[in-house]
Write a protein that binds this ligand. Sequence first.
Ligand code: GDP
Length: 432
Amino acid sequence: LPVLAIVGRPNVGKSALVNRILGRREAVVEDKPGVTRDRVAYKAEWNGRRFTLVDTGGWEPDAAGINAAVAAQAEVAIDLADVVLFVVDSNVGATATDEHVVKLLRRAKRPVFLAANKVDDVRQEPAASALWSLGLGEPYPVSALHGRGVADLLDLVMEKMPEVSAVAKQEVGGPRRVAILGRPNVGKSSLLNKAAGEERVVVNELAGTTRDPVDEQIELGGRVWTFVDTAGIRKRVHLQQGADFYASLRTSAALEKAEVAVVVFDVTEPISTQDLRIVDLVLESGRALVLAFNKWDMLDDDRRRYLEREIEQDLAHVTWAPRVNISARTGRHLEKLVPALELALDSWDTRIPTGKFNAFLAELTAAHPHPVRGGKQPRILFGTQAATRPPTFVLFTTGFLDPGYRRFVQRRLREIYGFEGTPIVVNMRVRE
Ligand code: GDP
């Protein structure tokens, strides 16, 4: 989906605007600074068009960190968003931080809209007009809290939003899009450099591909791949505070642009919650997944035994993801990355014909009927695959299926069809 990013200083009303756009009343608005929110990307819809809303303000720095943090947010937005909505508090006016961000935003070749927030009634509109001085064009007076002006602004924003996302474009061919993810120092940029070698493609010559300056096209295993947000991988951002938030912002935004993610681990260190959080972001995004265990050249037998145990425990929920054990330094097994990516993407694209899927369901329910609960036994009437990327199934049932039974259906689907490297989704529709 195309991405709209919301950028602005702390307390200008970014979360209120996010809520307003998502059509919620309460939720994430806090007037307290210093609050970290986990969520970064939201599915949103306006006038029947869907897009991803990225809230860059989930982490609010204290006074000392404001410039660096807001600049980092702006940078992510510039690199990874299709349209940027820059929010200013019209009661405060343009601050030095705002002006700094504007300088960054003007370098972006992205449409930028200036929202002059907290214009709760018409008498405050002159304050919004004063923001012409920022040089970002027309300031749009809005009240995120009361909704005033937001709809009109969003109509304009949607006009600038690309019709189809980068991912949807893949349906008509072109290189497949890979995100290299992982916490700092696991070896992402080493991997990228080693993989690219001398083979970096002169990209303008590839007809019909969307080319983004933050992405890079690399030939691997005889075909060209787009590695998304390589700019983000190469950048070394040193933030005093909020580094984790910045990292997950980049991860979430890069996932929006990718079809498959390679999550890189450093085998010399224990698998951490940060590693697992990145895997979770991939699962939430519904992208295909490959696990790369890097620095294999440094692995001794002791550590290796621990690693196997950690993988068993911490990554039990993604045993279906292909694993490659590599060394970005020596080049060990890098050639195994391509078949792993291809396998994951094939699974991600898989469509099971309705007839076959129902034969599968009939066999499964005959051998293992749903347990009787409260005198009732929900039955699966039929099913269909509603979507690919990732494979998404709908079961039409006579009652709610136990979560355990749904997991069982998922397990059987994997046993029969593999689906290596892709999450699968099983939804239910209960027929009364
Ligand atoms: P990034 O932050 O994930 O991009 O990590 P870098 O690619 O910058 O790597 C971090 C450090 O790990 C650097 O000192 C690399 O030289 C080192 N490194 C990366 N891959 C390997 C590897 O396969 N083996 C060894 N021994 N060191 C590696």
